[in-house]
Ligand binder design. Structure first.
Ligand code: C2E
Ligand code: MG
Ligand code: MG
Ligand code: MG
Length: 268
């Protein structure tokens, strides 16, 4: 079995040796082809205003439409992308796709957020690439948002900090993803140019049965509002969760209750 470095628990392994994809260089070639032949696609999940359920934006989520394996989710192939040294080309691909999508959407108030990992930011080119696309397509910088997980920030060096500062100064908001699960989220809120937080779905799914999850969600919401940050709750599947989170300070929401990730359709 092909074991990607960093492939954690709960992740599906895409390859086994019988498929003949056992070396990093052939994997590199296959992923390069996948980008070139548009097997990699970006889907968009709506983000709504919890006050009226109107769509205010989308999160861009990458998928691999694999010729033999069907539609693969990021957990199944991002570790391989990293292993093959393809993280940066992937980030460039997603950034280009998203800025093009935003430039074509009819509703100009909507924004799209892009997930970026530490290794994608760490090469020091991401901000330049993204800002280049933004100006080339004449998109308002505030309509492109960057999401970073707290866990990817654990090893954040000065280069990542510099990238984030560059993006934020240009008007691209930075969101802290999976908020509440990292090791020192509070110091990130203090030290990095963070415009908002996305409540990790583990808290959302605890509502209403786990009173602690609900209380933590409420406290994290209060903290974010105290810091004048944008609040987005992830993983909302039930109406009751949407109502609870909205009552407790979460302004925006995302989850299967409102819709999953779908191929981009600019007229939506
Ligand atoms: P994330 O950024 O926290 O994205 C949210 C994940 O939750 C997505 O999984 C989404 O499909 C899923 N989700 C949304 N609503 C619900 C719900 O109501 N219930 C449940 N159970 N799940 C829901 P997905 O698409 O598998 O993505 C997984 C992770 O992969 C993302 O987590 C993100 O960290 C990463 N990722 C996705 N696209 C990219 C990308 O283009 N670049 C990078 N670097 N990472 C990406
Ligand atoms: Mg995200
Ligand atoms: Mg998240
Ligand atoms: Mg997550």
């Amino acid at each position: 079995l092909y074991r990607a470095k960093g492939a954690g628990r709960g992740r599906t392994e895409v390859y086994d040796s019988s498929m003949g994809v056992a070396t990093t260089s052939s994997l590199h070639r296959e992923l390069t082809d996948a980008i070139a032949t548009r097997q990699l696609v970006v889907h968009y999940q709506p983000i709504v205003d919890l006050a009226d359920m109107r769509v205010v934006g989308y999160e861009a989520l990458v998928r691999w439409q694999h010729p033999h394996r069907g539609l693969l989710l990021p957990g199944a192939f991002l570790p391989l992308v990293q292993e093959a040294g393809m993280s940066v080309p992937l980030a460039q691909f997603v950034a280009t796709e998203v800025v093009e999508f935003v430039s074509q959407t009819t509703d100009r108030t909507r924004w799209v957020s892009i997930n970026v990992s530490a290794d994608q930011l760490g090469d020091g080119e991401f901000a330049t690439t993204l800002l280049g696309e933004i100006s080339r397509r004449r998109v308002a910088a505030g309509r492109i948002v960057v999401e970073l997980t707290e866990s990817s920030l654990v090893a954040s060096g000065t280069r990542i900090r510099h990238e984030l500062t560059q993006l934020s100064a240009a008007g691209v908001p930075i969101l802290l993803d999976d908020f509440g699960t990292g090791v020192s989220p509070l110091s990130y809120l203090r030290d990095l140019p963070v415009a908002g937080v996305k409540l990790d779905m583990s808290f959302t799914s605890g509502i209403p049965d786990d009173p602690t999850a609900g209380k933590v969600a409420r406290a994290l919401g209060a903290l974010a509002r105290e810091l004048a940050m944008v609040t987005i709750a992830e993983g909302i599947e039930h109406d009751e969760q949407a109502r609870y989170l909205h009552r407790n300070g979460w302004r925006y929401g995302q989850g299967w209750l409102f819709g999953g990730a779908q191929p981009g359709d600019v007229s939506r």
